[in-house]
Design a protein around this ligand. Structure first.
Ligand SMILES: Nc1ncnc2c1ncn2[C@@H]1O[C@H](COP(=O)(O)OP(=O)(O)OP(=O)(O)O)[C@@H](O)[C@H]1O
Ligand SMILES: [Mg+2]
Length: 345
């Protein structure tokens, strides 16, 4: 039987519903929701095969509901061309983000984290390899309108530099994605924008312009704007990179609450101590995924608690006993930036 196709006839946009229909008429051995991926092994860290759960020991599909998976990458490569030179930003990255997961991407500067996030957010396409988002395979010829729709309704970005529109007030910035979506009436948009600003603690700042807000407040407006169309996945590129300890704490609390409400979060950060907020930590170096670490719920809660205690103590000046297993922050040095190396070495 032929694989089901959508109305445009493009197999790249098959939905999970289409896949489920095909499962009804095929045996498990014939139907593989996603192709299998190889099992990696890296030292003593717990490494989970990205395909675990989807395939049983015989390598056949266990027909786990594919709706569990939000994003799947398989052997993703990205090479940027500068003149005739190729810059290999990603060199064979494979992993899965499950729905509701909080994934933290750590790694060296220039390692490929932003490139990876951009590919997961469909604002960039891989040179080689496969990407699935909510079960739809994203191909080189996937229509821009399909990707734009995905980005308007189901994905949202938060960047380190807040990217707010300077000539618009906080509330107008938050209203913008809803106006573009066109689903709500003007009064519904206004009410929702107010609610979102209240959710991030900025109900008193709705009519301020970005330059009348602190960095932490601007980032909270950005988060409210990202939430405007109720996306399922938030992609965050160093969301606390420009913030001080106190504002980092506020933003991380908001993110944690959003994750608890069911949002899938994928966050790139240089701040190693923030990994305690995630369920899964992925380390990227020289375009490769070098380690994937699962954090148990127990470990996560206790680390978050200790992390908050440490921050509170820093603010009040109380001494906390630093134990060897407590998360520590690492900072980037000028030597970490390839462009600055000639000047600092
Ligand atoms: N548009 C581009 N054109 C050419 N090369 C690029 C482009 N974007 C990224 N690169 C290169 O790809 C590599 C990975 O870049 P990327 O921005 O993904 O790294 P990163 O891990 O996010 O770094 P940082 O931590 O400094 O933000 C780098 O060597 C970078 O110079
Ligand atoms: Mg980056």
């Amino acid at each position: 039987m032929e694989a089901p196709k959508n109305s445009s006839g493009d197999e790249s946009e098959n939905s999970y519903a289409d896949i489920s229909r095909s499962i009804e008429c095929k045996s498990p051995a014939q139907v593989v929701p996603f192709p299998p991926m190889s099992i990696a092994s890296h030292g003593s860290t717990i490494i989970r095969s990205p395909s675990q759960g989807l395939f049983n020991e015989s390598g056949r599909s266990s027909i786990e509901p594919p709706s569990e998976v939000a994003i799947k990458l398989e052997n993703v490569h990205k090479t940027y061309l500068i003149g005739t030179e190729g810059v290999a930003a990603l060199r064979g990255v494979s992993f899965i983000v499950k729905k509701g997961e909080f994934v933290c991407i750590l790694g060296t500067s220039g390692g490929g984290k932003t490139t990876l996030l951009n590919i997961m957010g469909t604002i960039d396409k891989p040179t080689k390899g496969h990407v699935w988002i909510f079960g739809s395979r994203i191909k080189a010829n996937t229509r821009d309108s399909f990707l734009a729709d995905l980005r308007t309704k189901r994905l949202a970005f938060v960047f380190q530099t807040f990217n707010l529109i300077a000539s618009m007030t906080a509330i107008e910035n938050v209203e913008l994605p809803m106006l573009l979506y066109g689903k709500l009436s003007p009064s519904e948009i206004k009410t929702r924008a107010r609610e979102l600003l209240a959710k991030v603690g900025l109900e008193e700042r709705t009519d301020h312009f970005p330059n009348q807000l602190s960095g932490g407040e601007q980032q909270r407006v950005t988060i409210a704007r990202a939430l405007a169309n109720d996306p399922e996945i938030l992609l965050l590129d160093e969301p606390t990179g420009d913030l001080d300890t106190k504002n980092t704490d506020i933003v991380m609390k908001i993110l944690l609450d959003l994750n608890r409400e069911g949002k899938t979060l994928i966050m790139v950060t240089h701040d190693v101590s923030l990994k305690s907020y995630a369920h899964k930590v992925v380390r990227v170096m020289d375009g490769k995924l070098i380690r994937q670490e699962e954090i148990t719920e127990e470990e996560r809660s206790s680390m978050i608690e200790r992390h908050s205690e440490g921050k509170a103590a820093l603010r009040t000046g109380t001494n906390v006993q630093l134990t060897s297993d407590m998360p520590r922050t690492t900072y980037r040095k000028p030597a970490d930036y390839p462009a600055l190396q000639p000047r600092v070495s």
